[in-house]
Design a protein around this ligand. Structure first.
Ligand SMILES: NC(=O)c1ccc[n+]([C@@H]2O[C@H](COP(=O)([O-])OP(=O)(O)OC[C@H]3O[C@@H](n4cnc5c(N)ncnc54)[C@H](OP(=O)(O)O)[C@@H]3O)[C@@H](O)[C@H]2O)c1
Length: 241
Protein backbone atom coordinates (compact mmCIF):
# COMPACT_ATOMS: atom_id res chain seq x y z
CA UNK A 1 0.00 0.00 0.00
CA UNK A 2 1.25 3.46 -0.86
CA UNK A 3 0.69 5.34 2.40
CA UNK A 4 0.96 8.86 1.02
CA UNK A 5 -2.41 10.64 1.46
CA UNK A 6 -4.01 7.82 3.43
CA UNK A 7 -5.96 8.65 6.61
CA UNK A 8 -5.03 6.75 9.77
CA UNK A 9 -6.18 6.66 13.38
CA UNK A 10 -3.75 5.54 16.10
CA UNK A 11 -5.20 5.02 19.57
CA UNK A 12 -2.76 5.72 22.40
CA UNK A 13 -0.59 7.73 20.01
CA UNK A 14 0.75 9.99 22.73
CA UNK A 15 3.37 7.68 24.20
CA UNK A 16 5.44 4.56 23.67
CA UNK A 17 4.69 2.34 20.70
CA UNK A 18 1.74 4.51 19.56
CA UNK A 19 3.92 7.61 19.34
CA UNK A 20 6.60 5.75 17.35
CA UNK A 21 3.92 4.45 14.93
CA UNK A 22 2.46 7.98 14.64
CA UNK A 23 5.84 9.50 13.71
CA UNK A 24 6.47 6.74 11.18
CA UNK A 25 3.05 7.29 9.54
CA UNK A 26 3.53 11.06 9.34
CA UNK A 27 6.92 10.57 7.64
CA UNK A 28 5.13 8.37 5.06
CA UNK A 29 2.74 11.24 4.23
CA UNK A 30 -0.26 9.89 6.14
CA UNK A 31 -3.01 12.21 7.44
CA UNK A 32 -3.09 11.20 11.08
CA UNK A 33 -5.51 11.34 14.00
CA UNK A 34 -4.40 10.17 17.42
CA UNK A 35 -6.12 9.85 20.75
CA UNK A 36 -4.93 9.28 24.28
CA UNK A 37 -6.73 8.88 27.58
CA UNK A 38 -5.47 12.05 29.26
CA UNK A 39 -5.29 15.62 28.00
CA UNK A 40 -2.01 16.15 29.88
CA UNK A 41 0.98 16.78 27.56
CA UNK A 42 -1.17 16.16 24.47
CA UNK A 43 -0.41 19.70 23.26
CA UNK A 44 3.35 19.03 23.61
CA UNK A 45 3.06 15.78 21.66
CA UNK A 46 0.98 17.58 19.01
CA UNK A 47 3.80 20.14 18.62
CA UNK A 48 6.39 17.34 18.44
CA UNK A 49 4.40 15.50 15.76
CA UNK A 50 3.81 18.70 13.76
CA UNK A 51 7.55 19.09 13.14
CA UNK A 52 7.88 15.52 11.82
CA UNK A 53 6.02 16.33 8.57
CA UNK A 54 3.91 18.95 6.79
CA UNK A 55 0.63 17.17 7.52
CA UNK A 56 -0.39 18.22 11.07
CA UNK A 57 -2.19 15.53 13.07
CA UNK A 58 -5.57 15.73 14.80
CA UNK A 59 -4.88 15.01 18.51
CA UNK A 60 -7.72 14.36 20.97
CA UNK A 61 -8.16 13.13 24.53
CA UNK A 62 -10.67 10.28 24.09
CA UNK A 63 -11.29 7.47 26.56
CA UNK A 64 -11.70 4.41 24.33
CA UNK A 65 -13.84 2.76 27.05
CA UNK A 66 -16.61 5.29 26.36
CA UNK A 67 -18.74 4.50 23.30
CA UNK A 68 -20.16 8.02 22.95
CA UNK A 69 -16.67 9.55 23.04
CA UNK A 70 -15.27 7.02 20.55
CA UNK A 71 -18.20 7.47 18.13
CA UNK A 72 -17.87 11.25 18.24
CA UNK A 73 -14.04 11.12 17.75
CA UNK A 74 -14.37 8.85 14.72
CA UNK A 75 -17.09 11.04 13.19
CA UNK A 76 -14.83 14.07 13.68
CA UNK A 77 -11.90 12.30 11.98
CA UNK A 78 -14.13 11.36 9.04
CA UNK A 79 -15.51 14.88 8.66
CA UNK A 80 -12.04 16.45 8.99
CA UNK A 81 -10.22 14.17 6.51
CA UNK A 82 -13.12 12.86 4.37
CA UNK A 83 -12.30 9.15 4.78
CA UNK A 84 -10.67 6.62 7.12
CA UNK A 85 -8.25 4.11 5.55
CA UNK A 86 -6.29 2.71 8.50
CA UNK A 87 -7.02 2.03 12.17
CA UNK A 88 -4.23 1.05 14.55
CA UNK A 89 -5.73 -0.23 17.81
CA UNK A 90 -2.73 0.36 20.05
CA UNK A 91 -4.03 1.86 23.34
CA UNK A 92 -4.01 -0.52 26.30
CA UNK A 93 -3.04 -0.73 29.93
CA UNK A 94 -1.82 -3.40 32.32
CA UNK A 95 -2.06 -4.49 35.96
CA UNK A 96 -0.34 -7.63 37.30
CA UNK A 97 -0.54 -9.87 40.36
CA UNK A 98 -1.89 -13.20 41.51
CA UNK A 99 -5.51 -13.63 40.45
CA UNK A 100 -6.82 -13.68 44.03
CA UNK A 101 -5.11 -10.34 44.66
CA UNK A 102 -6.65 -8.65 41.64
CA UNK A 103 -9.69 -6.42 42.20
CA UNK A 104 -12.93 -5.99 40.29
CA UNK A 105 -11.62 -2.52 39.38
CA UNK A 106 -8.52 -4.15 37.81
CA UNK A 107 -10.81 -6.46 35.82
CA UNK A 108 -12.99 -3.60 34.57
CA UNK A 109 -9.99 -1.39 33.73
CA UNK A 110 -8.17 -4.06 31.69
CA UNK A 111 -11.14 -5.65 29.96
CA UNK A 112 -12.76 -2.30 29.16
CA UNK A 113 -9.54 -0.69 27.89
CA UNK A 114 -7.89 -3.62 26.11
CA UNK A 115 -10.97 -5.41 24.74
CA UNK A 116 -14.03 -3.13 24.78
CA UNK A 117 -11.91 -0.20 23.49
CA UNK A 118 -10.88 -1.94 20.23
CA UNK A 119 -14.44 -3.31 19.89
CA UNK A 120 -15.78 0.26 19.99
CA UNK A 121 -13.18 1.74 17.60
CA UNK A 122 -13.77 -1.07 15.08
CA UNK A 123 -17.56 -0.82 15.49
CA UNK A 124 -17.52 2.87 14.57
CA UNK A 125 -14.72 2.82 11.94
CA UNK A 126 -15.86 -0.21 9.89
CA UNK A 127 -19.00 1.49 8.40
CA UNK A 128 -16.77 4.27 6.98
CA UNK A 129 -14.35 1.66 5.57
CA UNK A 130 -17.27 -0.27 4.03
CA UNK A 131 -18.48 2.96 2.42
CA UNK A 132 -15.02 3.23 0.78
CA UNK A 133 -14.87 -0.52 -0.03
CA UNK A 134 -11.41 -0.72 1.55
CA UNK A 135 -9.61 -0.50 4.87
CA UNK A 136 -6.87 -1.95 7.02
CA UNK A 137 -7.00 -2.48 10.77
CA UNK A 138 -3.97 -3.52 12.81
CA UNK A 139 -4.78 -4.72 16.30
CA UNK A 140 -1.79 -4.56 18.62
CA UNK A 141 -2.21 -7.67 20.71
CA UNK A 142 0.76 -9.17 22.60
CA UNK A 143 2.95 -12.21 23.08
CA UNK A 144 0.50 -12.67 25.97
CA UNK A 145 -2.31 -13.06 23.39
CA UNK A 146 -0.99 -16.55 22.70
CA UNK A 147 1.17 -17.51 25.70
CA UNK A 148 -0.06 -17.61 29.29
CA UNK A 149 2.21 -16.16 31.97
CA UNK A 150 1.70 -16.18 35.78
CA UNK A 151 0.59 -12.86 37.35
CA UNK A 152 -0.81 -11.66 34.01
CA UNK A 153 -4.21 -13.46 34.18
CA UNK A 154 -6.55 -10.52 33.46
CA UNK A 155 -4.11 -9.07 30.95
CA UNK A 156 -3.97 -12.46 29.15
CA UNK A 157 -7.79 -12.61 29.24
CA UNK A 158 -8.00 -9.20 27.57
CA UNK A 159 -5.30 -9.87 24.97
CA UNK A 160 -6.34 -13.47 24.14
CA UNK A 161 -9.84 -11.94 23.76
CA UNK A 162 -8.63 -9.20 21.44
CA UNK A 163 -6.78 -11.75 19.29
CA UNK A 164 -9.90 -13.96 19.12
CA UNK A 165 -12.15 -11.02 18.25
CA UNK A 166 -9.68 -9.93 15.55
CA UNK A 167 -9.64 -13.38 13.92
CA UNK A 168 -13.46 -13.49 13.86
CA UNK A 169 -13.87 -9.94 12.47
CA UNK A 170 -11.24 -10.74 9.85
CA UNK A 171 -13.55 -13.48 8.52
CA UNK A 172 -16.56 -11.11 8.59
CA UNK A 173 -14.76 -8.44 6.56
CA UNK A 174 -13.03 -10.47 3.84
CA UNK A 175 -15.90 -9.82 1.39
CA UNK A 176 -15.64 -6.07 2.04
CA UNK A 177 -11.93 -5.70 1.13
CA UNK A 178 -11.14 -4.72 4.73
CA UNK A 179 -8.09 -6.43 6.21
CA UNK A 180 -7.48 -7.17 9.87
CA UNK A 181 -3.88 -7.86 10.90
CA UNK A 182 -2.57 -8.82 14.31
CA UNK A 183 0.76 -7.66 15.71
CA UNK A 184 2.05 -9.39 18.83
CA UNK A 185 4.92 -7.47 20.43
CA UNK A 186 6.70 -8.68 23.56
CA UNK A 187 8.92 -6.83 26.02
CA UNK A 188 9.03 -3.36 24.45
CA UNK A 189 10.75 -0.62 26.43
CA UNK A 190 7.89 1.79 27.26
CA UNK A 191 6.16 3.40 30.27
CA UNK A 192 3.74 0.44 30.50
CA UNK A 193 6.42 -1.37 32.55
CA UNK A 194 5.79 1.13 35.40
CA UNK A 195 2.69 -0.99 36.16
CA UNK A 196 4.49 -4.35 36.12
CA UNK A 197 6.13 -5.64 39.28
CA UNK A 198 9.56 -7.26 38.93
CA UNK A 199 13.08 -6.55 37.83
CA UNK A 200 13.37 -6.46 34.06
CA UNK A 201 16.36 -5.68 31.86
CA UNK A 202 15.12 -2.78 29.75
CA UNK A 203 18.35 -2.67 27.72
CA UNK A 204 17.50 -6.04 26.15
CA UNK A 205 13.94 -5.04 25.26
CA UNK A 206 12.62 -4.27 21.79
CA UNK A 207 12.36 -0.54 21.01
CA UNK A 208 9.13 1.24 20.05
CA UNK A 209 10.79 2.17 16.74
CA UNK A 210 11.33 -1.53 15.95
CA UNK A 211 7.62 -2.17 16.54
CA UNK A 212 6.74 0.82 14.32
CA UNK A 213 9.00 -0.66 11.59
CA UNK A 214 6.98 -3.91 11.82
CA UNK A 215 3.74 -1.95 11.42
CA UNK A 216 5.20 -0.23 8.35
CA UNK A 217 6.16 -3.63 6.91
CA UNK A 218 2.59 -4.90 7.43
CA UNK A 219 1.01 -1.82 5.86
CA UNK A 220 3.38 -1.79 2.87
CA UNK A 221 2.76 -5.49 2.16
CA UNK A 222 -1.02 -5.26 2.02
CA UNK A 223 -1.76 -4.60 -1.64
CA UNK A 224 -1.83 -8.13 -3.06
CA UNK A 225 -1.41 -10.15 0.12
CA UNK A 226 -2.31 -9.94 3.77
CA UNK A 227 -0.09 -10.56 6.77
CA UNK A 228 -2.36 -12.39 9.20
CA UNK A 229 -0.17 -12.09 12.25
CA UNK A 230 3.35 -11.00 13.16
CA UNK A 231 5.26 -11.68 16.38
CA UNK A 232 8.12 -9.45 17.51
CA UNK A 233 10.15 -10.18 20.65
CA UNK A 234 13.67 -9.77 22.04
CA UNK A 235 16.08 -12.39 20.69
CA UNK A 236 16.52 -13.76 24.22
CA UNK A 237 12.82 -14.43 24.78
CA UNK A 238 9.52 -12.90 25.80
CA UNK A 239 10.09 -11.66 29.35
CA UNK A 240 13.50 -10.78 30.67
CA UNK A 241 14.68 -10.65 34.26
N1 LIG B 1 5.48 -2.40 26.04
C1 LIG B 1 5.41 -3.73 25.94
O1 LIG B 1 6.29 -4.47 26.43
C2 LIG B 1 4.27 -4.38 25.20
C3 LIG B 1 4.28 -5.79 25.05
C4 LIG B 1 3.21 -6.41 24.41
C5 LIG B 1 2.17 -5.65 23.91
N2 LIG B 1 2.18 -4.30 24.08
C6 LIG B 1 1.02 -3.55 23.57
O2 LIG B 1 1.44 -2.44 22.80
C7 LIG B 1 0.47 -1.39 22.92
C8 LIG B 1 1.14 -0.08 23.34
O3 LIG B 1 1.77 -0.29 24.58
P1 LIG B 1 2.85 0.73 25.18
O4 LIG B 1 3.84 -0.11 25.88
O5 LIG B 1 3.28 1.72 24.16
O6 LIG B 1 1.95 1.45 26.30
P2 LIG B 1 2.11 2.88 27.05
O7 LIG B 1 3.48 3.43 26.85
O8 LIG B 1 1.63 2.66 28.44
O9 LIG B 1 1.07 3.82 26.26
C9 LIG B 1 -0.29 3.48 26.25
C10 LIG B 1 -1.08 4.52 25.48
O10 LIG B 1 -2.45 4.10 25.50
C11 LIG B 1 -3.26 5.19 25.96
N3 LIG B 1 -4.43 4.69 26.68
C12 LIG B 1 -4.48 3.88 27.77
N4 LIG B 1 -5.74 3.73 28.19
C13 LIG B 1 -6.52 4.44 27.33
C14 LIG B 1 -7.91 4.71 27.25
N5 LIG B 1 -8.79 4.19 28.12
N6 LIG B 1 -8.35 5.51 26.24
C15 LIG B 1 -7.48 6.04 25.35
N7 LIG B 1 -6.16 5.83 25.38
C16 LIG B 1 -5.68 5.05 26.38
C17 LIG B 1 -2.37 6.00 26.86
O11 LIG B 1 -2.92 7.32 27.00
P3 LIG B 1 -2.23 8.41 28.00
O12 LIG B 1 -0.91 8.75 27.37
O13 LIG B 1 -3.17 9.56 28.01
O14 LIG B 1 -2.10 7.72 29.32
C18 LIG B 1 -1.04 5.92 26.12
O15 LIG B 1 -0.98 6.91 25.12
C19 LIG B 1 -0.57 -1.91 23.93
O16 LIG B 1 -1.64 -2.51 23.25
C20 LIG B 1 0.20 -2.97 24.70
O17 LIG B 1 -0.62 -3.95 25.30
C21 LIG B 1 3.20 -3.65 24.71
Amino acid sequence: MDLNGKVAIVTGGKRGIGKAISKMLLKEGVNLAICSKNEEDLDLVEKELKIVANNPPLCRAVDIRNGTAVSSFIQDVYHFFGKIDILINNAATIRTGLLEEMTEEDWELLIDTNLKGPFLTMKYVIPYMKQNSSGLIINICSGLSKTAYPNFSIHCASKFGLRGMSLAVKEELKKDNIQIMILNPSSVDTDIWNYIEGDYNHKKMVSSDEVAASVLFMLKNSTNCTIDELDIAPKQGIVLR
